[in-house]
Design a protein around this ligand. Structure first.
Ligand code: GCB
Length: 618
């Protein structure tokens, strides 16, 4: 019986996915309203809070028993109420319980901890829109798929669990009793990005804020204002208006620096510009941000932007022309202390506070785009950032839809974050197996990143290969995609999955590429408070010893220009079932899920504190 139920569930999920693909709104990046930048500086109304929620494991709110899409009153997005005592309606948002938005559903109800499927969300609101204004509904992120409906009509859909999207509702919103409904589905799929297998929790839900954004009829939709590649005094960028009056004079002002430049947008509402500016440059030591105003004739928006240059010269990474060593740590988007999806300023402040305490100037936001709050916090706190898309392990390299999806997620991430000075590296892949199809896929993403944002460096976390000669071990960086990257990333687990921690002391690293490398992962698990001798797995002493020997090895890699050990904090993972030690947590954190610092934290802290912040280690 159980097997039958299991099979039916699987079957229905597959069927549902096929049907999603047939629906016109699915995978329809083109239909999504182009994203509004910097909504925090807009006239906004938050829709965060308690939403009514219906858990729908069989998607009965979306498809009938012949697996046809529902369009009638039985479709949950209609929010239909029985008109008489005798009428049959088998759903009711008002009596189905609530979920907090933003928030993953997994940690809000015990029964949903491992849930993968659909949840319907509903929230009502009134809205007094001023005449001649436009209104958008903006979602920070929904994992993984979201179909969105307003007042019983579909607005559109979005695929990808970690990037924002918005829909214009100017002509659909009414003064009273609007109802916004979402079907959010976090079913894993082989063709998705990420694919079915990940070493992190599949947190489902509306995981980031939902906001109504009101703007003038013609408004500044987007802009890119950064130092030109290789320059520390030349600003280069573009801006884009949206609306009926595309041709306007638009001023770009930095009042603190006495700068004001006026540009004309063309018939498409676009202006490109270059101008010189003598500004205090952003750096971890002095994370200077300026108020930048973009004033069109019909709209004005303000942002806090830092200016700096980031380049590679030979094996060096140069920040504002000076060689730097990236003292980093990796981080999942998991909240400190409560092990659920992180999303808020407070979450970002605590997590990045630990990162700073460790002595870092750099953080790897693994393995997918994190929330906008943490990027802005990194800007303020002076932490350089590696941002990543979830092209993780074994994606369907041959599938054009999968590539399109990855490209879309990359573009949405860049569009949201390309004005953050903190962000210096885009990473397009993590531990992906070499093949021609994979190389083509990644080359396309690298090209996309460079053309969407020519100012930043592109990397990927690769895996090197061991060559043994006598009793000496050499590791060769020989992934062909390295040719296309600006900075090499490399993950290795010497002392945990392979070899003993001590073996690291004598391992040599070779690269034929003449490029800087970041050791993007290394580490081992330790349960906080579990002590023993240095070769006993899961003890803090094992992890401490591993870090000590890693540092011996890392210091000898001549082309190493940074490191982001795995990982700042213990995080939930379904791949980690071992009772007592793991309990469904990956324990490679330097800090436990309760915020306690393990012994290895202090080993790394000592190393980082001893490093000159502007010099590669000798
Ligand atoms: C890796 C992955 C990371 C895992 C880690 C581990 O190589 O990139 O996502 O969590 O190893 O702990 O095994």
């Amino acid at each position: 019986m159980l097997a039958e139920i299991f099979f039916m569930t699987k079957f229905l999920r597959c069927l549902t996915l096929v049907l999603y693909m047939l629906l016109p709104s699915y995978r329809s990046a083109a239909q999504i309203a182009p994203l509004i930048a910097n909504i925090s500086s807009r006239q906004t109304t938050s829709l965060d809070g308690q939403w009514q929620a219906i858990v729908d494991p069989y998607d009965v709110g979306a498809f009938d028993y012949r697996a046809q899409p529902l369009k009638n009153k039985n479709a949950f997005y209609k929010n239909y109420k029985p008109q008489s005592e005798s009428e049959l309606v088998e759903y009711d948002f008002d009596t189905s319980g609530q979920l907090q938005v933003p928030g993953d559903w997994n940690t809000q109800r015990e029964s949903l901890l491992l849930y993968e499927g659909s949840v319907w969300y509903k929230r009502s609101f009134d809205y007094a829109k001023s005449p001649k204004r436009r209104l958008f509904v903006h979602f920070g992120a929904c994992n993984y798929f979201a179909a969105v409906y307003l007042n019983g009509e579909e607005l559109g859909a979005h695929e990808g669990g970690f990037t924002p999207f918005d829909f214009e509702i100017t002509d659909r919103v009414r003064a009273h009793d609007n109802f916004l409904v979402l079907r959010v589905n976090n079913t894993r799929g082989k063709d998705q990005v990420p694919t079915v297998n990940t070493d992190w929790w599949n947190y489902g839900g509306i995981t980031r804020p939902v906001t109504l954004v009101e703007v003038p009829e013609t408004f500044v939709q987007h802009y890119f204002i950064q130092m030109e590649k290789g320059s520390t005094h030349q600003i280069k960028g573009w801006l884009q208006l949206s609306g009926r009056q595309p041709q306007q004079n638009v001023a770009v002002r930095i009042p603190e620096a006495g700068l004001s430049k006026v540009f004309q947008t063309d018939a498409r509402g676009r202006a490109e510009f270059t101008f010189s500016a003598n500004l205090i440059l952003w750096s971890p030591e002095n994370p200077k941000l300026y108020n930048v105003e973009i004033a069109a004739e019909t709209d004005q928006v303000t942002d806090r932007i830092g200016f700096r240059s980031i380049e590679v010269r030979g094996t060096d990474i140069l920040l504002n022309g000076n060689p730097i060593f990236l003292r980093g740590t990796s981080l999942h988007e998991e909240a400190p202390l409560r092990a659920s999806r992180a999303w808020s300023d407070d979450d970002a402040r605590t997590l990045l506070g630990w990162v700073k305490e460790l002595g870092c100037n750099f953080v790897r936001l693994a393995h997918y785009p994190h929330n906008e709050a943490i990027l802005r916090m990194a800007d303020q706190m002076g932490l350089m950032v590696w941002a990543e898309v979830p092209v993780y392990w074994t994606i369907q390299w041959e599938n054009p839809q999968t590539l399109h999806n990855a490209e879309n997620q990359l573009n949405e991430m860049i569009a949201r974050d390309h004005n953050r000075a903190a962000l210096i590296i885009y990473s397009v892949a993590n531990e992906t197996p070499i093949s021609d199809a994979r190389n083509r896929f990644l080359r396309q993403l690298i090209q996309d990143a460079h053309s969407a944002d020519p100012t930043r460096l592109v990397s990927g976390a690769l895996q090197a290969h061991e060559v043994a000669a006598g009793n000496r071990l050499t590791i060769h960086i020989d992934d062909p995609i390295a040719v296309d990257l600006d900075v090499l990333g490399n993950n290795e687990y010497i002392g945990w999955y392979v070899h003993r921690p001590e073996d690291a002391d004598s391992i040599d690293w070779i690269s034929q590429y003449g490029k800087p490398m970041i050791m993007s992962e290394f580490g081992g698990d330790a349960l906080f408070g579990y002590h023993g001798e240095a070769h006993t797995r899961w003890t803090e002493e094992y992890q401490e010893n591993l870090y000590e020997h890693q540092i011996v090895m890392l210091k000898r890699i001549s082309f190493l220009r940074g490191m982001t050990p795995w990982i700042l904090k213990d995080f939930r993972s379904p791949r980690r079932p071992l009772p007592r030690f793991e309990d469904y947590f990956n324990r490679k954190g330097l800090v436990s899920d309760h915020g306690e610092k393990k012994k290895a934290f202090y080993v790394l802290q000592k190393f980082y504190r001893g490093l000159q912040s502007v010099q590669p280690p000798k």
